[in-house]
Design a binder for this molecule. Structure first.
Ligand SMILES: Nc1ncnc2c1ncn2[C@@H]1O[C@H](COP(=O)(O)OP(=O)(O)OP(=O)(O)O)[C@@H](O)[C@H]1O
Ligand SMILES: [Mg+2]
Length: 334
């Protein structure tokens, strides 16, 4: 559905060239909710804004639904943009217009007749649960309601793709959940492809099918939601999962002094319910110290992580680790 090939974007700043996006390659399937996660300044907004050419790519090619977006002239781009809706962190509503008028706006620009606009806007208002706010102005709405208006407006032209630039970052956790549920419903009911950028792992966990991690403009890891939590490849992914801000803190889970081997276990759904650790303690002559643990509920299952310190004879510790590996648990020695 969306193919990003060798995409790079540079900015000139104070006579210096900054590469905000570097040689990015991503393929996104139709109907997929694809997350791009990264820290502030990683290049997320620049990358997503290249997809509808709000930013002009410096190098590379973007294809959306078989249309080479990068080669379109202005007129063609304006037409193609109807297929690409976008929502933003700060909603970007027109403050002088009512909720109804905000949603009607892209349809008016498109020359749609009044009756059709009326019917479409009412359907959308109903869909996002805001029919009673039809004549309200944005300033009287909550953040979640504003984002619902923005979503309705983004859907007005029946787009095939929805781009979301930190759409939930300004919302509290409960409102975030309700907006993510709405996005998921839109994907399921309209078959929309959603590209969502975020710095919140909760968002990825709750809604994304696959995710790419961006760091300094480069994609350093692409993974399914499940594999990202079960078996993250990069330190940055692990740091996001641990809810830690930096890799340095990730290391600090491990005590400065310890006697045995520190291991990280990742276990999925069913194996999370088995008393694997207690069986290991009974079977092997080792001491086990729990350093940290958590369980994350994903879209389809749950993934648990445990960081354990195992001490005892080297050979016995090794046998215990082999035992864990045979129990369908992912084991990594830290
Ligand atoms: N118009 C611009 N001119 C110069 N530099 C820019 C411009 N836009 C972005 N940059 C730089 O490009 C890099 C990536 O910025 P970008 O806004 O894409 O990051 P981000 O991941 O979206 O960050 P945040 O999470 O804070 O929104 C940053 O170093 C930023 O300063
Ligand atoms: Mg940004």
């Amino acid at each position: 559905m969306i193919t990003i090939e060798n995409l790079s974007k540079s900015f000139e700043s104070e006579g210096k060239k900054i590469w905000a996006v570097k040689n990015v390659n991503i393929h996104i399937n139709k109907g997929e909710i694809f997350g791009i996660i990264g820290l502030s300044g990683a290049g997320k907004s620049t990358l997503i804004r290249c997809l509808n050419r709000l930013e002009e790519p410096t190098e590379g090619k973007i294809t959306i639904d078989d249309v080479d977006i990068t080669s379109l002239n202005k007129n063609e781009l304006r037409k193609s943009r109807k297929d690409i809706g976008m929502i933003f962190q700060h909603f970007n509503l027109l403050s002088q217009k009512t909720v109804y008028e905000n949603i009607a706006f892209p349809l008016e620009l498109d020359g749609v007749n009044k009756d059709e606009i009326n019917s479409k806007v009412n359907t959308l208002l109903d869909y996002v649960g805001l029919i009673d706010k039809k004549n309200a102005y944005p300033s009287s709405l909550s953040g979640g309601q504003k984002q619902r208006v923005a979503i309705a407006r983004a859907l007005a032209n029946n787009p095939k793709v929805l781009l979301s630039d930190e759409a939930t970052s300004a919302l509290d956790p409960k409102t975030t959940k309700s907006i993510l549920e709405l996005l998921n419903k839109i994907r399921n009911e309209f078959g929309l492809t959603i590209v969502l950028i975020t710095h919140q792992m909760e968002v990825v966990k709750d809604i994304c099918d696959r995710v790419a991690i961006i760091e300094n403009g480069e994609i350093i890891e692409t993974n399914t939601n499940l594999e990202l939590f079960r078996n993250p490849k990069t330190k940055t992914a692990k740091a996001f999962i641990s809810g830690l801000k930096s890799n340095v803190e990730e290391e600090s889970i491990v005590p400065d002094e310890f006697n045995g081997k520190v291991i990280r276990l990742s276990f999925l759904g069913n194996s999370a319910r088995e008393p694997i650790v207690s069986r290991m303690i009974k079977q092997f002559n080792i001491e086990v110290n729990i350093l940290s643990g958590n369980i994350n509920e994903l879209v389809s299952t749950c993934v648990g992580h445990l960081i354990l310190e195992l001490s005892g004879e080297d050979e016995e510790v090794k046998r215990a680790i082999d035992y864990l590996k045979n129990q369908n648990v992912n084991v990594e020695v830290i």
